[in-house]
Design a protein. Structure first.
Length: 137
């Protein structure tokens, strides 16, 4: 058998792959930001309610058995992380701008419909800005 020759990719092909990766990153980043900002069920916690609970945890852990202290320690870590997230927030503005630039091309290449974007939480106004309509697949 003859050895196969290795074909190299054309510069156009390499550029197309790079564009696809960049578009995918922009779409993924925006969708992840939307997902992290999605409202949770139940009453929304405030910084004050979290701080009050953290104070109560300190008092509860004094008389708690070791297993309960472990659970309280984890709750304290979770609440502290939540406070940090509340303070930092997620700015979807810049991510949205990048999404709008690439979403139509990405959707066309991947066969993603308007309905699919809506189902994962992308606002209709953002899809309109991106040029994705109900009839575009």
């Amino acid at each position: 058998m003859a050895a196969k020759t290795k074909k190299s990719m054309s510069s156009n092909h390499k550029q197309a792959l790079a564009v696809g990766r960049a578009e995918g990153r922009a779409v993924r980043a925006y969708l992840e930001a939307l997902d992290s900002n999605r409202p949770k069920r139940g009453r929304r916690r405030t910084k004050e309610s979290i701080s009050a609970r953290l104070e109560n945890l300190a008092m509860e852990s004094v008389d708690a058995d070791p297993l309960k202290r472990l659970q309280l320690a984890q709750e304290e870590l979770d609440l502290t992380d939540e406070l940090v997230r509340i303070d930092q927030g997620v700015d979807t503005g810049e991510l949205e701008v990048e999404f709008v630039k690439v979403a139509a091309s990405y959707a066309s290449r991947k066969g993603i419909s308007y309905a699919a974007f809506r189902q994962v939480g992308v606002p209709a106004s953002v899809l309109k800005d991106a040029g994705i309509t109900r009839s575009v697949t």
